[in-house]
Design a binder for this molecule. Structure first.
Ligand code: GLY
Length: 333
C-alpha cells in the first residue's frame, strides 16, 4: 500500500479501530466505582435523563456520597494516624478544565470545592490549609472536627497497634449496609474511593472523584484521587478513566492517563484498564500481590469496562437500559 492509500485507509478505519466496542452502548450513561455507586449513579441520572450536563451529574453524584456519614468517602471516612479526616477530590470536564483539592479538613463537599478551584481560579489544585481558606472565602461552612461512630471505633482499634497496613480493597461490607465502611476486627485499614464518569446527551464526558484516602495514612498524605492523570482523566475525544485502591501505585504510572492513552491506541475500555493494572504488576509483582488497584473506564461511545489487580472490585452502571453492579475482572484472587 503506498503512503497516500495508507493515509486514506487509516483515515477511514482508525476511528473504527479506536472505538472497538463490546456490550451495550447507550448514552447518556454514568458509571462509578463500587456498589455504593448505585445510589450515586441514581443521583447523577436525575440530571443526565433531563438532558443536563455530565459535569453537573458527576458533581451531584459525588456530593450525594459525601453527604453519607456512614461511608468511607467524605467527613464520615476514616481518619489519618493523627485522628484527623482529610479529604481529596477532583473534577474534570469535556474541555480539559479541571480542579482539585487535597488534604482538606472539615469541608463537607470537597468535590464542589474542586469545581470552584476549576471555575474561579487560574489553578488546578489547592491543598491543606489553603484549600480550606479558599472554601471559607467562597461560602463553604466549616464542619465540626469529629469522627463518625464507625470511624472512631476503627481508629480506636487501629491505635492499639498503630501499624500502617493497607488491606486489599474488596466489596466486603454487605453485612454492614450499603454505605458502611468496611470494619475489620484488627483495625487494619481499608477505604473506598468514589470515582464517577458520565457521558451526557450531548455526548460530552466528565468525571469526578472524592475520597477520604487511605485510612490511618500519615497526616498530609495525598493519594491518586485529586491528581489529574492519576485518579481521574477525561479526554472528550477518546474517553475517561478513574481509579480506586492504593493511590501511590496509581500515581507512579499516571494510571488514568495511561488508561485513556491505551483507549486512544484502540484498546477497549476493559483491556485498557487491564493493561494499566499489568503495568503496576510488572513493576513489582510481589508487592502487587499484596495490594488492590482497580481502574474503571468508558470510551467516547459509552462502552465501559474495568479491571483490578485483585478479585473484589466492582462498579455500578446506569443508563436508560441498565442499572446494575458489575464485578470487574482481575489478575489475582
Ligand atoms: N485511591 C485513594 C487513595 O489512595 O487515597
Amino acid at each position: 500500500m503506498n503512503r497516500r492509500k495508507f493515509l486514506q485507509w487509516s483515515a477511514f478505519t482508525a476511528p473504527l479501530l479506536a472505538y472497538k466496542t463490546t456490550g451495550n452502548i447507550e448514552k447518556p450513561i454514568v458509571v462509578s466505582t463500587w456498589d455504593s455507586g448505585m445510589p450515586v449513579n441514581a443521583e447523577a441520572w436525575k440530571i443526565l435523563k433531563e438532558g443536563g450536563k455530565s459535569l453537573d451529574a458527576v458533581e451531584a453524584g459525588a456530593r450525594y456520597i459525601e453527604d453519607e456519614i456512614n461511608c468511607c468517602v467524605g467527613l464520615g471516612g476514616y481518619p489519618d494516624r493523627d485522628g484527623i479526616v482529610t479529604l481529596d477530590a477532583c473534577i474534570m470536564d469535556e474541555n480539559a478544565n479541571c480542579g482539585a483539592v487535597a488534604a482538606v479538613e472539615r469541608i463537607k463537599h470537597p468535590v464542589s470545592l474542586a469545581r470552584k478551584v476549576m471555575e474561579k481560579t487560574p489553578h488546578v489544585l489547592l491543598a491543606g490549609a489553603g484549600a480550606q481558606q479558599f472554601a471559607l472565602e467562597n461560602g463553604f461552612a466549616l464542619e465540626p472536627a469529629i469522627l463518625s461512630k464507625d470511624a472512631e471505633n476503627a481508629y480506636q482499634q487501629w491505635l492499639k497497634k498503630s501499624e500502617y497496613k493497607p488491606v486489599i480493597n474488596i466489596e466486603n461490607k454487605k453485612e454492614n449496609g450499603p454505605f458502611a465502611p468496611p470494619f475489620f476486627e484488627d483495625g487494619s485499614a481499608n477505604h473506598d474511593t468514589m470515582g464517577l464518569l458520565a457521558i451526557d446527551a450531548q455526548g460530552n464526558l466528565s468525571g469526578a472523584v472524592t475520597t477520604s484516602g487511605m485510612a490511618f495514612k500519615l497526616h498530609g498524605r495525598v493519594g491518586d484521587s485529586p491528581i489529574i492523570g492519576a485518579g481521574l482523566y477525561v479526554d472528550n475525544a477518546i474517553g475517561a478513566a478513574t481509579s480506586s485502591g492504593v493511590g501511590e501505585e496509581v500515581i507512579r504510572i499516571c494510571g488514568t492517563h495511561l488508561v485513556v492513552e491505551y483507549m486512544r491506541n484502540g484498546y477497549s475500555s476493559q483491556m485498557a484498564c487491564k493493561k494499566a493494572c499489568d503495568r503496576i504488576i510488572q513493576r513489582d509483582r510481589e508487592k502487587a500481590k499484596q495490594i488492590q488497584v482497580g481502574f474503571l473506564a468508558i470510551n467516547k461511545q459509552g462502552e465501559y469496562g474495568a479491571y483490578a489487580i485483585q478479585k473484589g472490585f466492582v462498579f455500578s452502571v446506569k443508563n436508560s437500559k441498565e442499572n446494575k453492579i458489575v464485578p470487574a475482572k482481575y489478575f489475582f484472587g
